[in-house]
Design a protein around this ligand. Structure first.
Ligand SMILES: [Zn+2]
Length: 233
């Protein structure tokens, strides 16, 4: 049997659209929050790079470098290189947004240092998820042209479950990095009380994009499961 009927395509959009809309909404919110607080200078006058450096040094992580990378919101911590990368805006920015994002990335370095369980689990899932993503894409595109055989559908469910699990684990890791970031920013006096709300708004908006990605994946997974169940009837 081959499942590429118009009905299942209609069903696909039904499962896909809410996640898609949620994703767009989360991106718009992040864009607005980031733009707004990129205009608000921090009292300390620190750049994102300096704030991240301070948090890392105080935690005894002098060996973790803070480097500049091109791109917009391309900030990340690379656990394999044990290095922190900040976009130019956040590296040089002396704003609530820049310091907030930089501190969040430093928060990931603190998770790594503390051997935070979910952080390690997420790191272990990276190669598995990369393999699952490749297999998923391959079978998906093959299916579009040749139709989905029942076995392909189960492979899609299996690989997509791995991708969804990865996103599920990412969520608490992201929230925890922001929590650690805020804790250090205030403890070290890098951000003052009246700047607290701004930092939270930027970091919460960023976290929301991960929530949207997870919801979208769960809906898509449910779609594949529905399809597999229907194919048994
Ligand atoms: Zn993060």
């Amino acid at each position: 049997m081959i499942y590429n009927s118009l009905a299942s395509i209609g069903l696909y959009w039904l499962f896909l659209i809410p996640g898609l809309l949620l994703g767009i909404w989360a991106q718009i919110r992040l864009h607005h929050a980031y733009a707004k607080y990129s205009e608000v200078p921090v009292d300390s006058g620190m750049t994102g790079a300096q704030a991240a450096r301070e948090i890392l040094d105080r935690a005894g992580l002098q060996e973790v470098p803070v480097e500049e990378v091109p791109g917009h919101l391309s900030d990340h911590y690379d656990p394999t290189k044990r290095a922190l990368f900040l976009s130019s805006d956040d590296f040089h920015g002396q704003t609530v947004a820049a310091v907030g994002v930089a501190a969040h990335e430093a928060g990931h370095a603190l998770q790594h240092q503390a051997a935070y369980g979910l952080f390690n689990f997420r790191m272990a899932l990276v190669p598995v998820t990369q393999f699952a993503s490749m297999a998923y894409m391959g079978i998906f595109f093959l299916g579009i042209f040749m139709g989905f055989l029942p076995i392909a559908l189960w492979i899609i469910i299996g690989t997509f479950s791995v991708i969804t699990l990865f996103q599920l684990v990412t969520l608490p890791v992201e929230y925890d990095a922001s929590r650690r970031a805020k804790e250090q920013l205030f403890r070290l006096g890098l951000v003052h009380e009246h700047e607290r709300a701004g930092v939270s708004k930027v970091l919460d908006a960023a976290a929301l994009t991960y929530v949207a990605a997870l919801v979208s994946s769960i809906l898509q997974l449910l779609y594949y499961i529905t399809l597999a169940r229907d194919s048994r009837r």
